[in-house]
Design a protein around this ligand. Structure first.
Ligand SMILES: O=C1O[C@H](COP(=O)(O)O)[C@@H](O)[C@H](O)[C@H]1O
Length: 242
């Protein structure tokens, strides 16, 4: 059974408060059902914002039984503040008792594989085994509808087989990135979009009216059990209100 929920908030702050509360519940439900919660994090304003919100009550989650992966990463040195992982660490991860063996950062450009983006991508793909299913895959979204590093009309967005691909010419800087693809996103139990701002309204509307994922990548992502759109009023402006 696939449910679609679209939750509209007065502002971005209310969106993040509710998303964080739902995150706490979703983690507890997964841990009760399967002993652990397997999550894909995202970057961007709200992807990091929800982690900051969670940091306000770090004991609300049993972090020792959480497995973390990333939906995408900017292929930059480990300490570069533009990296999604660096931002996630500052926002939350460095201050909660995660098991380091369960935190699966995407490689950095000064790490084990050096500057070799393809080798780094292949290494991450080895972690994303066919039986790995995210309980929740968080997604931010760009104004042109990109999610993870899946941009309109690109090979990464068209990918139907590989779980992880390299992007060497991202239209949004930095150009070199690693991203999970639709086959992996769409086997997640729940997919959550965290979206605010008027510049995202057209993409939100396109996703709600069955647009082609080549044009609007956000339209192609769904959870097997639930897809939740957390949107503020500005981003919801193009929705019909039915
Ligand atoms: O580049 C990226 O952008 C998206 C959305 O970012 P936002 O700041 O517009 O919310 C993000 O979800 C993705 O992980 C990131 O690499």
């Amino acid at each position: 059974m696939r449910e679609l929920e679209t939750l509209i908030f007065d502002d971005g702050a209310a969106l993040l408060t509710t998303a964080a509360a739902r995150f706490v519940d979703a983690v507890a439900r997964a841990q009760d059902a399967r002993g652990r919660a397997v999550l894909a994090l995202t970057g961007g304003s709200n992807g990091i914002g929800v982690l900051r919100e969670l940091a306000a009550d770090p004991d609300a989650v049993d972090w020792t039984r959480v497995d973390l992966y990333w939906g995408d990463e900017r292929f930059l040195p480990e300490q570069d503040p533009e990296r999604n992982a660096w931002q996630a660490r500052q926002a939350l991860l460095d201050s909660v008792p995660l098991d380091p063996a369960r935190v699966h950062f995407m490689p950095a450009s000064d790490g084990e594989f050096g500057d070799d983006l393809d080798a780094a991508t292949r290494a991450y793909a080895e972690l994303i085994t066919d039986d790995l299913v995210f309980d929740v895959h968080l997604l931010g979204m760009g104004g042109e509808g990109h999610i993870n590093s899946l941009f309109p009309h690109t090979a990464a967005t068209a990918e139907d087989t590989a779980s992880v691909v390299a992007v060497s010419d991202s239209p949004k800087p930095p150009p070199r990135r690693i991203t999970l693809t639709f086959p992996v996103i769409n086997r997640s139990r729940e997919v959550w979009f965290l979206v605010s701002g008027a510049e995202k309204a057209e993409a939100v509307a396109a996703a709600h009216t069955g647009a082609d994922r080549a044009d609007w990548p956000c339209a192609g992502a769904h959870g097997t059990e639930r897809t939740v759109w957390f949107v503020d009023e500005a981003a919801a402006a193009g929705l019909s209100g039915d």
